[in-house]
Design a protein. Structure first.
Length: 654
């Protein structure tokens, strides 16, 4: 190599003496452009590798991500692969048009996976016992149909398919109106969402149902014996691992002659500000949701509530909450429910809530909020009833093969009915060495919080007054008097949430756990103890709040979540990766090393990189001077071309 370098120096010296000093050997424009395109190709290749590495880390290590991340990552990959192919064609004068055709085909396959299966035609309505997965009746109806066939007690009813909504929207031009209204709204501006949502809802309520849909509802309604029904949402993605808890409308105690109007009300609830925001935050477009509706006979209830077959915070045992009367207050975060913890076939803990008021069915239809009679202010469930309910929940859990969030009712005859079952997101139990210490010496402001969503976060206190959701600053600790489902609209803005009422089984708690936002509920006195603007640390490991920012708590790793692998985003990305990461073009000498052999983005980048190397460095012997290149003559067996890209071979460069 030393001899070769010596030869190169001698050659450069001869060049300096044999040419006038005013002559430059700068690169021809064609060669310089080829080099610049090569640099663009390498930059795109590097960006592709970075994005793929980030995807693989998130999938392998259990990070929570949503469909927004999946779409953005796929968009970045598509753009960089397009840039890489474009750069290669720029180097080669467009000779690799077939590679761009292969790229477009792979991009089309990726896009199809992101869009998902198109809504297929289905019967407009079916009895609940005939509703099965894949018929576009929505998760709530499909799971209750499954439990009905299992022989468990579920109120009689029927499902109205999401395909019926499609027919409804198409019949009156609603689809185009909705698309236009949403396209002009700003997802992070609550007032903009409110205006768009109200316009859409008004349009839906004013539009008559198609005659065939009205007939289908009437025929199935005639098969029910009860004069009053519940009309409930059952969106296609509802009750999946993104629960949409409390985001859509359900209407109780509906007279038969009002079912059509309440059907439209439930359909329209997809377009409330909180539903639109949750939909966006969970990575869904409104077209992907498509609302099925569930119509069920009302149960004459004594009490109702929610059963978690497992502690969603990672603890042991099942958790039951119960309220007197209808179950609408059990998940609304307004009253304090009874709470039972069942472990190993026994009641491990019991708390009787204050249950000052309750919901009952009104004689004329709808729901009344009344004071709870004295005889209903005691425990809702006897010990044997709580144990029987926990065992019923365990049967549902075993059937579906995963923890469940179950809504139940106990009728006046002492019989349990199942009103809903959906997957329950359960945090992995933190190992003892990863639990944060109970902080000593720090100023503890509050220590009575119920852990609704585990974790720790710090930020300035913001007391919610008069429903001023728009004014909540980014990364604030939001303090509220109640745990209302509509507060889910701010999950993308708050660091933590503290509610003076509510339970870990409320709809809002479910939404906060999905978003992995630390939260304490039942934190009585929080509004008086916490002052606006003061920085506090919410310790949702032990149920405490401290003054200031405590790094000892904030540095604790929350760990991955096994349920992440069951989310829609994970499953979609898993399917998309089959068009991204596999490499089929292993050998440049193989017959399939050709644009027609490219099946994935990895194949395309491999092919483009290999051909770019050839295009840049394959300089023909007869065109050395034209290309701004010189071949180094050496006594060692080394073939080396020196390419002048910036006047490096000019006499002035010596």
């Amino acid at each position: 190599m030393a001899a070769a370098l010596g030869k190169l120096k001698q050659w450069l010296a001869r060049k300096r003496t044999s040419r006038p000093s005013s002559v430059s050997l700068g690169p021809p424009p064609a060669l310089l452009e080829r080099y610049l395109q090569y640099k663009r190709l390498l930059a795109a290749n590097s960006a592709i590798l970075t994005t793929v590495a980030d995807i693989q880390v998130k999938m392998d290590e259990g990070f929570l991500f949503d469909m927004n991340y999946v779409r953005e990552a796929c968009d970045r990959l598509g753009q960089e692969v397009e840039a890489m192919v474009g750069a290669l064609n720029g180097m080669a004068g467009g000779r690799y048009a077939a590679l761009d055709a292969a790229r477009r085909q792979v991009a089309h396959l990726v896009a199809e996976e992101l869009i998902g299966a198109k809504l297929q035609p289905a019967p407009l309505a079916l009895p609940l016992a005939e509703v099965r997965e894949g018929l576009s009746y929505g998760g709530k109806a499909e799971k209750l149909g499954d439990l009905t066939r299992l022989g468990l007690t579920v109120p009689a009813g029927f499902g109205v398919s999401a395909y019926a909504q499609k027919l409804f929207f198409e019949s009156g031009g609603l689809e185009e109106f909705i698309r236009e209204a949403i396209s002009h709204s700003q997802i992070r501006n609550l007032e903009s969402l409110r205006e768009a949502g109200e316009a859409i809802q008004a349009k839906i309520m004013a539009q008559p149902l198609p005659p065939e849909l009205s007939l289908a509802i009437a025929l199935h309604l005639a098969q029910l014996s009860s004069s009053r029904v519940a009309v409930r949402s059952s969106a296609l993605q509802e009750d999946s691992f993104f629960s949409f808890a409390g985001q859509f409308e359900s209407v109780l105690n509906v007279p038969r002659d009002q079912v059509e109007a309440r059907y439209k009300e439930v359909i329209a609830s997809q377009f409330t500000p909180r539903a639109l925001y949750y939909c966006h935050a969970s990575g869904f477009s409104y077209q992907e949701l498509a609302m099925g509706v569930l119509v069920m006979e009302m149960v004459p209830v004594k009490c109702a509530g929610v059963l978690y077959t497992d502690d969603p915070r990672g603890g042991e045992g099942a958790i039951i909450n119960a309220v007197s009367g209808l179950g609408s207050l059990a998940v609304g975060g307004v009253v304090e429910p009874d709470i039972y913890r069942v472990e190993g076939g026994r009641i491990a803990a019991q708390h009787v809530g204050e249950k000052s008021h309750m919901h009952v069915a009104a004689p004329e239809g709808g729901v009344l909020d009344v004071a709870t009679p004295a005889d209903l202010q005691g425990p809702c469930l006897a010990e044997d009833q709580a144990l029987a309910l926990a065992e019923l929940g365990n049967r549902v859990k075993q059937h579906f093969g995963m923890p469940q969030d179950i809504e139940w009712a106990l009728d006046t005859q002492g019989r349990f009915s199942l009103l809903q079952a959906r997957p329950l997101r359960v945090s992995r139990q933190l190992k003892a060495e990863y639990l944060p210490p109970q902080i000593k010496g720090a100023e503890m402001l509050l220590s009575n919080g119920i852990i609704a969503s585990r974790g720790a976060a710090a930020g300035p206190v913001y007391l919610l007054r008069d429903g001023a959701l728009d004014a909540i600053p980014q990364d604030a600790v939001l303090v509220t008097s109640r745990a209302l489902p509509e507060y889910g609209v701010v999950v993308g803005r708050v660091a933590a949430m503290v509610c003076e009422a509510g339970s870990a089984t409320s709809h809002l708690a479910t939404v906060l756990r999905e978003a992995r936002i630390p939260a304490l509920f039942g934190a009585k006195g929080a509004s008086a103890l916490l002052h606006p603007g003061d920085v506090v640390t919410v310790d949702a490991y032990y149920g405490s709040i401290y003054a200031g920012r405590l790094e000892e708590l904030l540095k604790v790793p929350r760990g991955g979540d096994d349920a992440v692998r069951q989310t829609r985003a994970y499953k979609v990305l898993e399917r998309v990766l089959k068009y991204i990461t596999p490499l089929n073009l292993l050998d440049p000498r193989a017959a399939n090393f050709h644009p027609d052999g490219c099946r994935t983005y990895h194949d395309i980048t491999r092919f483009a990189h290999e051909k770019a190397m050839e295009e840049l460095f394959q300089v023909s012997a007869g065109r050395l001077d034209e290309e701004g290149a010189r071949r180094l003559v050496s006594t060692i067996p080394l073939e080396l071309n020196i390419i002048d890209l910036g006047g490096g071979l000019s006499p002035e460069a010596a």
